[in-house]
Design a protein around this ligand. Structure first.
Ligand code: G3H
Ligand code: 13P
Ligand code: ZN
Length: 279
């Protein structure tokens, strides 16, 4: 059942759990996310990045997500992750995504609030929810680069969320995109301050490999959506490497099926860790 972020995150915020924003990079990962949501009876957020759109096209990525979600009884959102190509994000709203993220960290500061406010009006008219990131989040993936940490300023976050009317806010508190960085830490005092200042649900990006105690503490301090991509890509590719040891295999379905299971298992563990199972 397709839903937007408002419905999913309101419940999570009230009952203090978080819902995973899981990026899909292939048909197989999309299948694994929805299968895990069903196995865990959990809500979920199926995320599509600009790199995935370059890989298979906006319409096909959307059709894969929508077809899987329509067959599932679980509440699942289709979310445009790290939207920086704004005309493309607009198109995604028009073709039926239920939520989008605007990543305005590269935009001149003065233009951010008016731009996001206008976009929120456009999206809300279509019942589409909006997440936004104002301060660049560290780490590096192919299309997402934030080499150094720029931490969220709680006062600016308050002004940004109040004036734009966004539905949820992505914080920058020390997590990083991509493969694990040694001694990565989350600034819980800063998160507590942001949570006090901001009234909308908070989103944690770059949460792959973040240990359970930090995740649980972040949830207790207002994080309601947790983005995971790298852990799924690692599980998928590690499993392909294992499977291909059998040199007699030549059917792509036999090569890729074990990877669906491997990714599903990782997602089920995350859902348990986030407390969204059976919700
Ligand atoms: O936060 C970023 C996502 O993990 C997207 O990564 O641009 O390599 O698809 P990607
Ligand atoms: P990871 O690279 O840590 O999985 O972060 C994913 C993410 O934040 C997607 O927006
Ligand atoms: Zn991210």
């Amino acid at each position: 059942m397709l839903v937007n972020l408002r419905e999913i995150l309101q419940q999570a915020d009230k009952k203090r759990y978080a819902v995973g924003g899981f990026n899909f990079t292939s048909l197989e990962t999309a299948i694994a996310i929805v299968a895990a949501a069903e196995a865990e009876k959990s809500p979920a957020i199926l995320q599509i990045s600009e790199k995935t759109i370059d890989y298979c096209g906006l319409e096909l990525a959307f059709a894969i997500a929508k077809t899987l979600i329509d067959k599932s009884p679980r509440p699942i959102a289709i979310h445009f992750d790290h939207g920086r190509n704004f005309p493309l994000v607009k198109k995604a709203v028009e073709i039926g995504f239920s939520s989008v993220m605007l990543d305005v960290s590269k935009m001149p500061e003065k233009e951010r609030i008016p731009f996001v406010k206008d976009f929120v009006e456009f999206a809300h008219k279509r019942n589409v929810t909006v997440e936004a990131e104002e301060t660049v989040i560290a780490g590096r993936e192919d299309y997402i680069q934030g080499e150094a940490h720029m931490f969220t300023d709680p006062k600016r976050a308050k002004q940004f969320t109040e004036e734009t009317g966004i539905d949820c806010f992505a914080v920058s508190i020390g997590s990083s995109h991509g493969k694990p960085i040694p001694n990565e830490n989350l600034h819980m005092d800063l998160l507590a301050e942001i949570d006090k200042a901001v009234s909308v649900p908070l989103v944690l990006h770059g949460a792959s490999s973040t240990p359970k105690p930090l995740i649980r503490q972040a949830i207790s301090l207002g994080i309601c959506k947790i983005n995971i991509d790298t852990d799924l890509r690692l599980a998928f590719t590690d499993e392909v490497r294992q499977t291909l040891r059998d040199e007699s295999l030549y059917d792509p379905r036999d090569v890729l099926r074990p990877s669906i299971e491997a990714v599903k298992k990782v997602i089920e563990e995350k859902m348990k860790m986030f407390g969204s199972s059976q919700k």
